[in-house]
Design a protein around this ligand. Sequence first.
Ligand SMILES: Cc1cc2nc3c(=O)[nH]c(=O)nc-3n(C[C@H](O)[C@H](O)[C@H](O)COP(=O)(O)O)c2cc1C
Length: 204
Amino acid sequence: MRFFLVSGSHRQGSQSGKITRWLAQAIESKDPSFKTDILDLADDPLPLWDDAAWNVDSSLSAQIKPYKERVAAADALVLVVAEWAGMAPAGLKNFLLYLSSKECAHKPALLVGVSSSRGGAYPIAELRMSGYKNNRMVYIPDHLIVRDCEAVMNASVPEEEHAGDAFIQNRAHYSLKALIAYAKALKAMRAEHDLLDGAFPNGQ
Ligand SMILES: Cc1cc2nc3c(=O)[nH]c(=O)nc-3n(C[C@H](O)[C@H](O)[C@H](O)COP(=O)(O)O)c2cc1C
């Protein structure tokens, strides 16, 4: 089983990156056969989408192809989405523009909101109404919101922060358990049903 995780913050040293790495380790700890692949948009900024992405022979398509192949190899996705001015970071939305049904259709995705204070719900709400229509990834009903993100999921935790950290770490394991169950179920479903139809490429 393969998992593709995206750290949607294109800010160097982001908390999203830290949380994404924590989640990848947690996934791999659950089964030795589980493999994770992380795309951190801070280290790997992608060009802004333009029309050349529709031309398979363009240099832009050639540049994006390896990223699409990495998504295609995955059985499940994790989208880690910082709250920036009440929105999902533009770099993450840009990445979603490149994805199509060929890589993503009917693969489960866990949404993870991140906030350094009490936010984190807005980017989840934003993605729950967008970002999946054309590529048809399946946002699972459980999502995770990591609030006070600087204080949790760190390598070492100050004593007074243990309770909140333990809660969010346990909550993250619970969310990953659901994601893994969906990954197994939807993999079997995709194998049994051919659900891609070129007549209806864009979910309308
Ligand atoms: C441009 C920008 C806007 C932000 N706006 C919000 C916000 O609206 N709500 C919020 O809870 N945190 C906001 N934050 C703080 C983030 O929650 C904080 O940076 C957190 O660490 C997640 O972002 P990161 O993954 O880039 O580190 C903002 C941060 C940036 C850089």
